[in-house]
Ligand binder design. Structure first.
Ligand code: HMG
Ligand code: MG
Length: 297
C-alpha cells in the first residue's frame, strides 16, 4: 500500500488569488474523503497577509473536525511558529506539519527567517507538540533546487533532514518546491538519504513544473519510497517561490501506481469529481494529463 498525502486544500489553494468560501473548501475536503484519501492537509495557521487564502483556517478546521472527524482520516495542518501552534492546539488538531528549507534565501522570503532561525522556532513548537501528544511531520523545501540559489547540494538536504528528525518529526517530506528535480538527481539524493535515515520515514513532495514529477515518483518507488504528497487536479504552488506551479496531480500518481499494481485506496471516479469541483471553483483547467484524458473518453 502506498500512502498519498493529499495537499490540494492547502498547497493546491494557497497560491490562488481568488479567495474561496469556507464552504467550498469544506466541500472539496469532504469529496476527497469520499474518494478514499486518508491523509488530507486541511489548511495552515499562518499570518493571513502572507497567505490570504488561509485566512479562514480556524473556521475551516473547526467544520472539518466537527463534520468529518469520524471518517478515520488524518487532517494535518501547517504551523510556522508558536502562535500557529497555539491556534492548532486550541482547535484540537492532532497532527501538524513544520516547514523549513535548505535555502536561506527561500526561507527568508517564505517565513521571514534563516534556516537556523526556523529551527529555533520549530524546536519550541516540536517540544510543545511532544508534551501535548501531537504528531509532527516535517517538510524540507528547495531540496533539489531553489529559485534564488539554484541547484541545492545534497549535503544541505541531509543536514536539514537530520535536524528535523532530531526535533522528533515522524516523517520528512522532501520538497521539490519549483519542480526542477530530474530522475538522476532524485535517485542520487534518495540514495544519500537512505544511507543516513530509514527510507520508510522519507516522503516525496514533488511539484510538476517541468513534467518530471511522475518519472521522479517512479524512480522514488524503485528506491523504496512509499509516501507521496500530491494535489487533486494538479493545483498548487508557493507564492514565495518564483516559478512554482502545481503539485503533481493525485490522478497522475494514481495512474502510475495503479499501473504497477500498487494500492492507494483511491476511487478514481470520485477523485475526479473532487477535482472537477475545485477546478470549477478556481476557474482553472486541470494540469493532470490523466484527468484530461479520463474526462475526454
Ligand atoms: P513575521 O511577519 O516575521 O511574523 O511572519 P511576526 O512574528 O513578526 O508577527 C507579525 C504579525 O503576524 C503579528 O501580528 C503576529 O501576531 C502575526 P500584528 O501584531 O502585526 O497584528 N502572526 C501570525 N498570525 C497568525 N498566525 C500565525 C502568526 N505568526 C505571526 N502563525 C510568519 C512570519 C512565519 C508568520 C509568516 O512569514 C508566515 O505566515 N509565512 C507563511 C508562509 C507560507 O505559508 N508559505 C507556504 C507554505 S510552505 C510551502 O508551500 C512549501 C511546501 O509545500 C513544500 C514544498 O513545496 O517545498 C510545504
Ligand atoms: Mg509544495
Amino acid at each position: 500500500m502506498i500512502k498519498i498525502v493529499e495537499v490540494g486544500a492547502r498547497d493546491g489553494l494557497q497560491n490562488e488569488k481568488s479567495i474561496l468560501s469556507t464552504d467550498d473548501k469544506f466541500q472539496f475536503i469532504s469529496l476527497l474523503c469520499d474518494a478514499g484519501l486518508r491523509a488530507i492537509e486541511v489548511t495552515s495557521f499562518v499570518k493571513a497577509p502572507a497567505i490570504p487564502q488561509m485566512a479562514d483556517s480556524v473556521e475551516l478546521y473547526t467544520k472539518v473536525k466537527n463534520e468529518l472527524g469520524d471518517r478515520g482520516v488524518a487532517f494535518p495542518c501547517l504551523v510556522p511558529n508558536m502562535k500557529g501552534y497555539e491556534t492548532a492546539k486550541n482547535l484540537g488538531v492532532k497532527e501538524i506539519a513544520l516547514f523549513t528549507a535548505t535555502s536561506d534565501s527561500f526561507t527568508k522570503k517564505n517565513i521571514n527567517a534563516s534556516v537556523d532561525e526556523s529551527f529555533d522556532r520549530m524546536k519550541e513548537v516540536a517540544d510543545a507538540a511532544k508534551r501535548d501528544g501531537m504528531l509532527v511531520r516535517g517538510y524540507v523545501s528547495t531540496a533539489f533546487g531553489c529559485p534564488y540559489e539554484g541547484t541545492m547540494d545534497v549535503k544541505k538536504l541531509i543536514s536539514v533532514t537530520k535536524r528535523l528528525f532530531e526535533l522528533g518529526v515522524y516523517e520528512v517530506s522532501v520538497g521539490d518546491t519549483i519542480g526542477v528535480a530530474t530522475p538522476m538527481q532524485v535517485r542520487s539524493y534518495i540514495r544519500a538519504l537512505k544511507s543516513e535515515f530509514p527510507i520508510g520515514k522519507i516522503a516525496m513532495h514533488l511539484h510538476d513544473t517541468r513534467g518530471m514529477a511522475p518519472t521522479n515518483i517512479f524512480v522514488s518507488l524503485e528506491e523504496g519510497i512509499t509516501t507521496f504528497d500530491s494535489s487533486a487536479g494538479g493545483l498548487g504552488g508557493c507564492p514565495y517561490a518564483k516559478g512554482a506551479t502545481g503539485n503533481v496531480a493525485t490522478e497522475d500518481v494514481w495512474y502510475l501506481l495503479n499501473s504497477q499494481g500498487l494500492e492507494t485506496g483511491i476511487d478514481i471516479k470520485k477523485l475526479s469529481e473532487a477535482s472537477q469541483f475545485i477546478l470549477g471553483r478556481v476557474n482553472r483547467q486541470t494540469e493532470s494529463k490523466f484527468l484530461r484524458a479520463y474526462l475526454n473518453t
